[in-house]
Structures are given as structure tokens and as C-alpha cells.
Design a protein. Structure first.
Length: 403
């Protein structure tokens, strides 16, 4: 069996490739750039390092090769003989794949499943539309969304080295596939679960783990922490993060039924994963692209919207949303754009336009008030009551912290 994977980033190499390789698939990456393609073909392998506290598990995935994304003839040949096609390119890049996938599908004689492993609710549908718009054959093939739960925090490689690309990740092995989009038979793959309601699965991840992840990042940034695990050692931050998860769970259980969110056990498991210091996951990596993460269906506003339906006031989610609005990293274009939007239009307008939240909601007024408190950075602030520990981070000027 052969799997063609579009992308060589953290999700592609750190989860999808090892999962499919363990199930017996030969791995063919579709890489952007001759340097990366040549490196993969020269080394013929990638390395996965799973870390969990003092536990380290290294796995070498051998027999991999790559084709360059612009080499249409070679790519079409690989797609014609593929038993599975996967994408890990980011939701915004999915539409551009239509024109490169369509020619290969047109030459196929048997159906194949295309699984879009992207962090969004309708990745499979987006990919299907992209291929159809490029004139590709879509009726006989499966287009499904895939949801990865593993955190892959780094990809390390050196162009002129013979050392394999290394992906550093946590040991989470869970993956969910949208069953209704499949057409071809799908073999059993360890860690892979077929789900009927993909949107529900995405929301469960976004409104629990993903919300906690960015909450730790945005609150940690305000208090000067550089790493996720260090920020969560701050008991004040941890209390807000745990309550934010609980608020999201209340909304999920109200909407999908009691117990859907996993309850206290899931909150405990999430905090344990976020406390994995061996990952060395950074606040900057997790907090980047705040404009996208403040979207109406995303991890903070989406979670708060469901929580409000469940008659929760979403107080902790309001604090976290305020922290996201105060987040500023000069190296992150999205963060710079968010700051410019707020300075020009104000917080209320940004929440309405970016997040789709109605201006007259109590959640909005509360969040605006929290933004004012965080920006003043006074000792009466809800957050700033604990002296930063020596191991936390270098201190920062008030303006840089408050955004």
C-alpha cells in the first residue's frame, strides 16, 4: 500500500506519516522546494521523537521518498497508484491543491480516499470543491476531514545534512476521520477512529484542549512566561485555564449531551498534557495568529458561545479572550494586524467583525472591561498578583506585556 501526503510540516511528518507507516503504507511526501525534496530522497527516512517528562521514544520511519509539488508529471504518477491521499497543508492552502490533484485523479481507474488532516470543521468539503473547480473527477472518490490530537511542536532539519528530519511531539496517538466522506474501503489503522459527526469532534477538541492551550499561551504571555509548561505552573493561570475548560465543557454537554466533553477526568488529562515540560512548547508558537484564533467558530469565541447557551457567564473565557486581544508579538503578522485593528476601530468593533459577536452582549462588555484592566497592568489586576518565579522568563517592559 502507498500513501501520498501533501505537506512535510509538523502534522504530516510528526503524526500522519508514522501512523500510516505503522499500518503498512509506503510514504511519499509531496514537498514544496527542491531542497526539502532532495533532502528527503537523500536520507530516505524521518525521525519521530515522542517526549513525555523523562520518557523519550525515538522512531525511525524508513523507506520514505518525496516528489516536488510543481513536478506535475511525477506527482500524477504517484496519485494514480496511491492507495490513500492525505493533506496536511493548513486550511488556507487547501483550495490551491485542486489544480495539482485533479490531473492525477482523472487518470485513476479505482476510487481512492482523500483525507484532509486540517484543523477545521469542513476540510474534506473544501478539498472536494477545490478539485471539482479544477475540473477533477470527484464523484467516485472519497473526500473526508481528519482531526489530529497530537501536539507536534518542532520540526528540525538541515538542508545539506544527511541527518533525517526530526519531529518532536507528545505521545498522543488519537486521530478521528469523518466516515461519511469515505468512498473506498478504509483499512484498520491503530489510533484512528471513524466518526459520523466530524463537526462535533472538532468542537470537542477546540473547546477543551485547544482552548486550554491558547489560554495558557495568552495568559502566560501577559505574565512574561516563555514556555507553556512554565506558565501552567503559575497557580493563578492554572485556575483560569481549568475554569475556561469547564465552561467550554458545559456548552458541549448542553449541546451534544451529558458526558460528551469528558468532564473532570478530561480536564485533568488536558492539564497533564500541557504540563509536559519535555516538549519545550513555547507561548509564541501556541499564541501565534490570534486573529484566526479569535474567529467565531474557533477555540475561544466558539467555546464561549456554546457556554452562553448553557447559561454559563463564560467569565474565565472572557478573561482569556481579553488576554488574546492584548497579545502582541512583533514577529507575528497576525498579532500586528490585530493590534492595528484595535487601535483603529476599538475592541468592540473588532469582536463584532472578527469574531461575529453581537456588540450588545454582556460577554462583550465584560471582555472590554478586562482588556482595559490588563492594559493598565496595575497590581489590582485580576492576574498580576504573583511575583514571577526565577525560572519563568525574563521580565518585559510594561508596554510590551500589556499589548
Amino acid at each position: 500500500m502507498k500513501a501520498v501526503i501533501f505537506g512535510t510540516g509538523r502534522a504530516a511528518g510528526g503524526f500522519v506519516a508514522p501512523m500510516l507507516h505503522a499500518a503498512g503504507y509506503e510514504i511519499v511526501f509531496v514537498a514544496r522546494g527542491l531542497g526539502l525534496c532532495e533532502h528527503l530522497n537523500r536520507t530516505g527516512c524521518i525521525e519521530i521523537l515522542l517526549v513525555d517528562g523523562p520518557i523519550r521514544k525515538k522512531t525511525l520511519i524508513e523507506g520514505v521518498r518525496a516528489v516536488e509539488a510543481t513536478n506535475q508529471d511525477a506527482l500524477s504518477r504517484e496519485l494514480v497508484s496511491a492507495d490513500l491521499i492525505a493533506t496536511c497543508v493548513g486550511p488556507s492552502n487547501l483550495p490551491s491543491l485542486g489544480v495539482v490533484i485533479a490531473p492525477g485523479l482523472a487518470r485513476r481507474k479505482v476510487p481512492v480516499n482523500l483525507i484532509a488532516f486540517e484543523n477545521c470543521e469542513d476540510a474534506g468539503s473544501i478539498l472536494r470543491r477545490a478539485v471539482a473547480m479544477a475540473g477533477g473527477q470527484v464523484k467516485s472518490h472519497g473526500f473526508a476531514s481528519g482531526l489530529i490530537h497530537r501536539v507536534i511542536c518542532r520540526r528540525c532539519w538541515y538542508r545539506d545534512s544527511d541527518t533525517p528530519i526530526r519531529y518532536i511531539a507528545d505521545p498522543e496517538s488519537k486521530c478521528e476521520i469523518e466516515v461519511v466522506g469515505l468512498k473506498a474501503p478504509m483499512p484498520t489503522v491503530s489510533g484512528m477512529t471513524l466518526v459520523v459527526d466530524h463537526i462535533a469532534a472538532v468542537r470537542r477538541k477546540f473547546f477543551t484542549y485547544s482552548a486550554a492551550h491558547v489560554a495558557t499561551a495568552y495568559l502566560g504571555h501577559l505574565k512574561g512566561y516563555c514556555s507553556i509548561h512554565a506558565a501552567l505552573q503559575d497557580q493563578e493561570i492554572k485556575r483560569i485555564v481549568k475554569t475556561a475548560i469547564k465552561e467550554g465543557q458545559q456548552g458541549l454537554d448542553f449541546f451534544y449531551g451529558a458526558g460528551f466533553s469528558g468532564g473532570k477526568a478530561e480536564r485533568k488529562r488536558i492539564c497533564k498534557r500541557l504540563s509536559n515540560g519535555a516538549l519545550r512548547d513555547t507561548v509564541a508558537r501556541v499564541g501565534r495568529e490570534p486573529l484566526r484564533k479569535l474567529g467565531g467558530q474557533e477555540r475561544l469565541i466558539g467555546s464561549a458561545s456554546l457556554a452562553l447557551l448553557a447559561n454559563s457567564k463564560a467569565k474565565s473565557l472572557s478573561w482569556v479572550t481579553a488576554a488574546a486581544l492584548c497579545y502582541f508579538d512583533p514577529n507575528d503578522a497576525s498579532s500586528c494586524q490585530l493590534r492595528a485593528f484595535i487601535e483603529r476601530y476599538g475592541v468592540q468593533h473588532v469582536l463584532h467583525i472578527v469574531s461575529g459577536v453581537k456588540p450588545d452582549q454582556e460577554f462583550v462588555s465584560r471582555t472590554i472591561q478586562h482588556v482595559k484592566q490588563l492594559r493598565t497592568w496595575s497590581h489590582s489586576s485580576h492576574l498580576i498578583t504573583i511575583t514571577p518565579l526565577l525560572w519563568a522568563s525574563q521580565s518585559r517592559p510594561t508596554a510590551a506585556i500589556a499589548g
